[in-house]
Design a protein around this ligand. Sequence first.
Ligand code: ATP
Length: 303
Amino acid sequence: MITTHALTKRFGRIVAVDAVDLSVREGDRYGFLGPNGSGKTTLVRMLLGLVYATSGEIEVLGRPIPKRVAEVLPDVGALVEGPGAYGHLSGRRNLTLLDAAGPGGGRRTRRKRVGEALERVGLAHVDQRPVKAYSLGMRQRLGLAAALLRRPRLLILDEPTNGLDPQGIKEIRELLIELNQDGTTVFLSSHLLAEVEQLGTRVGVVDRGRLVLEDDLEALRAATGRVLVGTPDPAVAASVLDGQIEARDGDRLVIRHDDPAALNALLVGAGVRVRSIDAERRTLEQVVLAATGPGSDRFGGPE
Ligand code: ATP
């Protein structure tokens, strides 16, 4: 859906995007993760033909960008740096105007399409308030509704949850997952590790303009070969598993083993009561830290 090759953008002496090879596949929910100032917005704008690359290549939906961007845009919904909207008009009126340039249809079809888009982003019941009276979160939702009007194959969103409260973030996450399950590929940038971890199926990590990591979340979070066991009988468990215990903290044991089910059977067979048993997985934070070195705290936590 999106590929870039050696994509580079310089602003004078600043290299905002540095030789990035990106690969977003059909059906991905791709989280493009990086701290503030790492080049995310610049890259997103290049994907949409809003900023020209200094060098390198971009393909979106199989077409070279910016050369054939006009052929691609009807299939792409985008939210970049806050939605543009007419502040004195209501959200519904703004969408109606936007929709006039969209896929067409009669008046009723259009009204229905606008209504559905507002409904999907949770703005169906806002009154006639002009957009200038909207909160930042409501503006983000309106921008997303505008992106949805086209029923896009691909959504490109720059920090879509900026300005939303936790409930709003959750709603947008659920919406994006739902759209993705209906077939829309989702590419979004974020500086929040937790957001990408909860939403993404694939992640690209950008640090100072360079893509330092790109992989499926599942693969990144592969089991570590250790199992975490909670038991009220830690001493008995320790004698059964002599030599396999890596750490013990009260009734929690860390055991070198790669099959929780087999380990459970072994423990239960030896009369150990097992309260919980889980394969240990690395968190995205640990993976990012390993890829970027010290300073991964520049990637934001929940705000
Ligand atoms: P944020 O999340 O804060 O928006 P970002 O990851 O999106 O950050 P960019 O906005 O792409 O990062 O900026 C990357 C670098 O390029 C920064 O050092 C920024 O100052 C610089 N930059 C971006 N746009 C311009 C511009 N038009 N002129 C000069 N420098 C720019």
